[in-house]
Structure formats: structure tokens, C-alpha cells
Design a protein around this ligand. Structure first.
Ligand code: NAD
Length: 447
């Protein structure tokens, strides 16, 4: 077996980014012995000092507790993996402009692990990769150790499927899929996840199956949001609220479930949805298969920030305002709710389009790193919500962080009249009438 049968396994996590940090937090919370290895020495120093870069509910506290109790160690030294039983690899897997995997992080991680590999290790790859990567790329690099997979060590692919903003909750509850290189690897990796998280585990026929499951998840989400976005634009032609259409359409049973059209929005960002469909497209193309849906979804969603900025400009004009003399208060710069992640945030496109049109833009987001936001958006983020909305002609909600959920619109010192632009279809009919009652104009994507 590649897993201690009785005592708790010791776990090494290679790559302490968003995903790796969440695992380090949750596994050390279980009381397990966890070591995290990252090549970014600043990140390791920050974590050791009790600081967490990622704004994810509950994460910083768990990491601090784990480190203070000695259950969690973080280091840049790969020798630390030797004592572990299970090695999780969660390094970044970005893609290039053509959708091909930029494999430097993964190559280095595998090569460095291979120098410390020993009999009995179980390796689990969590990073999202094109199908075939575990078998054709990771396995040969690990076997440079001279050890043989299946005989001396186990290897499986189990993708991470959580969403930022709800990461810890989902990590502890979502079913996990496992595809091992051989039956022993699948069985032991499945066992590991059952013991680690107590969640449903779905063993699959091969690593390739599990690799494709992850890509299918994100390909589907991106395309589904693209459908919702085009549906929203279509509804806009008829002054129909897209939310009325979606909630009614979603009542029809189809196949094994119900129609499940997701919500339209300002766009799609983060580190996964913007790259994984391209991974599918590129991998298929290399093998002579042309995939049409993935690039279509990407094109629709990439156009949404500009479309949303235009909704704001049109809304201002409808209120009799000159956009070039108007101020827009953007609330939320992160790519979605309750995260501080600015990677590929659609808010960047909104800000750029508005600024080009001469609009004065202010941005406030309590979760993002202000320096990173300044570099990305080209404006210094406001220090407070009050400062952001003062005399604003439009309040543009781009992420409904907890701080904004209970926003008291009656008390906001905005201009009169003022437009509320709902960037993610947050508000239902009651809230919209309440806003109108307070004298606001309301607009949203397809609303
Ligand atoms: P990230 O960029 O935040 O983290 C990657 C970490 O790996 C960084 O801290 C980096 O310093 C470290 N690293 C790079 N090379 C290394 C090496 N050779 N050895 C040790 N550490 C190294 O990435 P992330 O968002 O955590 O994503 C990791 C993987 O999980 C990606 O494949 C991503 O597609 C996938 N994923 C991410 C999410 C998400 O919500 N962020 C969700 C599901 C899946």
C-alpha cells in the first residue's frame, strides 16, 4: 500500500498558492502533520509570520493556528517531502497565448520531488492539466528517481473543483474524483481523500478521465455563463428581465436533472475559467479535432466587460448626464464575490472602457491588495466606501462581497439622480423596487 493503514498520513503540499494554502489549512486543522513547500521564499516568510495573501473566509486563521500549533510547517526546502506519506502537487499550470500548457512550474516541481522520492510515497496531482499529462509528463519525470510507479510509489490525478470565495466549505464537501495510474494508486488515493475530508470519492478508470472531468467542469461553466450572457443581451432587446426567463426555464426536467442556466454577469475571471477552455481547444487541435464551443464561450465572456461599461454609459445618458462629466463608483474589483483575487478580473475591462470614454472612475474593494489593484487598473483604489460613492453618478456593483451585501442605499451620499448598475444580477424584484423608491435608476446585464 502507498498509504499508512492505521496512523494519520503525513502530507506534503507542493505549491502554496490559492489551492495549496487551502489544503494546508484544512488538513492541518484535522490535526494531521502537514508540510508546505513553495519556491516563493517571500510567500513562505509571510506564512511563517502568520500572514496570508489570499482573502478567503476562514483561511488566514486556520493557517495561523496550524503554524502556531506546529502541525503545519512551510519551507522552500524540498527535502521536507521525504518524510511525508502523501505528496499533493498544486503548482500553477498557466497556458500560453495558443492555449498550450506552460509546464515550467510542473516540470520543476516533479524533478525536485523525484530527487526525494522514496518507496511508499503516494503522489497526487491537483493542478489542472491537459489530458495525458499525469501519464506522459509527470510520470516520466518522477521515474527519473529510478523508482518505478506502481511498484515503489503510487500516482493519481484528482482535480481541485472548488470555487474561490467558497473554497474551504466546498473543499470539505464536494465529491472528489480520482484517477490513478494503476488500480493500487486509485484505491489508495481514494482512501486518502475519504480519510482526509470524509467526502464522497468517485474512483475513475484512468488519470485521463479525471483530467477531462476537471476540464469538462470549467468548459461547461464558461459556456453556460456565455449562454446566460447572450440570453441577457437578447432579453434586453425586448425589455424582458433575464432572471424571469432563467428561473422559469430552469424548472424543466431534462435528462437526469433540470435545465440549469447560470447567471449573466460582467464577465468571467480568475485563474481557471479563462484558461481551461483554451486547454481543451489546444489539446484537441494538436490531435486534429476542432472544438468550436470553447472559443465561442470565451469570446462571449471576454466581451462582457465592454458591454457592461456601455450599459453604464447608456444609463448615464438616459439620466441626462454627460458620461465625460460623470463619476462612477465601482464596488468590487476582484473577479468575484468574497475573494481578493484580481487575476483576469473583468473589472479591468470595465474600468478601461469607462476611462476611455472620459468617465471618472473610483474603485473600492476591501479584499484586494491596493497596490496590485493600482497597477492593474491604473487608478489608486479609494480607502473607504463613503469616499468612493460621494457625489457619484453611478454605483456599479461588480462583486457583492459580504461588506456590500447590506449596503444601505438610503444613506449613500451619491448624486441625485444616481444609477445602480448591478454587474452580476444580484438584486431581485423587491430590491429593485426599493432602489427605485429611493430615487435610484437601476440597470443590469439583461435587466
Ligand atoms: P497559484 O498560482 O496561486 O499558486 C501556485 C503556487 O505554486 C505559487 O505559490 C508558486 O510560487 C508555487 N510554485 C511554482 N512552482 C513551484 C515549484 N516548482 N515548487 C513549489 N512551488 C512552486 O495557483 P492556484 O490558483 O493555487 O492554482 C493551482 C492549480 O490549481 C492550477 O493548476 C489551477 O488551474 C488549479 N485550480 C485552481 C483553482 C482556484 O480557484 N485558484 C481552483 C481549481 C483548480
Amino acid at each position: 500500500r502507498f498509504l499508512p493503514a492505521s496512523e494519520d498520513p503525513k502530507v506534503a503540499i507542493i505549491g502554496l498558492g490559492y489551492v495549496g494554502s487551502c489544503f494546508a489549512a484544512v488538513l492541518s486543522e484535522r490535526g494531521w502533520d502537514v508540510v508546505g513547500v513553495d519556491t516563493d521564499s517571500r510567500l513562505v516568510e509571510e506564512l511563517t509570520a502568520g500572514h496570508c495573501r489570499y482573502q478567503e473566509d476562514g483561511l488566514a486563521g486556520l493557517l495561523r493556528d496550524g503554524i502556531a500549533a506546529g502541525r503545519l510547517r512551510v519551507t522552500t526546502d524540498y527535502a521536507a517531502v521525504r518524510d511525508a506519506d502523501v505528496l499533493l502537487i498544486a503548482v500553477g499550470t498557466p497556458v500560453g497565448a495558443d492555449g498550450s500548457l506552460m509546464d515550467e512550474q510542473l516540470r520543476e516541481a516533479c524533478l525536485r520531488v523525484s530527487r526525494h522520492l522514496r518507496e511508499g510515497h503516494l503522489l497526487v496531482l491537483k493542478s489542472t492539466v491537459p489530458p495525458g499529462t499525469t501519464r506522459e509528463f509527470v510520470l516520466p519525470l518522477l521515474q527519473e528517481s529510478g523508482l518505478v510507479c506502481g511498484e515503489h510509489f503510487g500516482l493519481a490525478f484528482t482535480p481541485e473543483r472548488f470555487a474561490e470565495g467558497t473554497a474551504l466549505r466546498e473543499l470539505r464537501s464536494l465529491p472528489i474524483v480520482v484517477g490513478g495510474i494503476d488500480a493500487d494508486s486509485t484505491r489508495d488515493a481514494a482512501d486518502f481523500w475519504r480519510r482526509a475530508l470524509g467526502v464522497e470519492v468517485i474512483p475513475l478508470a484512468s488519470p485521463e478521465t479525471a483530467e477531462i472531468v476537471k476540464l469538462a467542469d470549467n468548459w461547461w461553466i464558461d459556456l453556460n455563463i456565455a449562454l446566460a450572457n447572450e440570453l441577457a443581451k437578447f432579453c434586453g432587446l425586448f425589455e424582458v428581465d433575464v432572471l424571469d426567463v432563467i428561473s422559469a426555464a430552469n424548472t424543466v426536467p431534462k435528462g437526469t436533472g433540470k435545465v440549469n442556466i447560470l447567471l449573466p454577469s460582467v464577465g468571467v475571471g480568475g485563474s481557471c475559467l479563462v484558461k481551461d477552455p483554451w486547454m481543451v481547444w489546444h489539446t484537441a487541435r494538436e490531435r486534429g479535432l476542432e472544438i468550436h464551443t470553447a472559443p465561442t464561450g470565451r469570446a462571449v465572456n471576454t466581451g462582457m466587460p465592454e458591454y457592461t461599461a456601455q450599459l453604464i454609459i447608456d444609463g448615464l445618458v438616459r439620466l441626462g448626464k454627460d458620461p465625460a462629466r460623470s463619476t462612477v463608483a465601482v464596488l468590487g474589483a476582484a473577479f468575484k464575490n468574497d475573494t481578493g483575487d484580481l487575476r483576469a478580473t473583468p473589472v479591468e475591462g470595465v474600468v478601461t472602457t469607462l476611462t476611455k470614454a472620459g468617465v471618472t472612475v473610483r474603485v473600492y474593494d476591501p479584499l484586494v491588495d491596493p497596490l496590485q489593484a493600482e497597477v492593474l487598473l491604473g487608478i489608486v483604489p479609494s480607502a473607504s466606501l463613503g469616499e468612493t460613492v460621494r457625489d457619484a453618478d453611478c454605483v456599479a456593483l461588480m462583486a457583492l462581497h459580504q461588506e456590500f451585501a447590506s449596503l444601505d442605499f438610503a444613506g449613500l451620499p451619491v448624486a441625485d439622480p444616481c444609477l445602480v448598475l448591478d454587474g452580476r444580477a444580484y438584486y431581485g424584484k423587491e430590491k429593485i423596487s426599493e432602489l427605485r423608491g429611493l430615487g435610484y435608476a437601476y440597470a443590469g446585464v439583461g435587466r
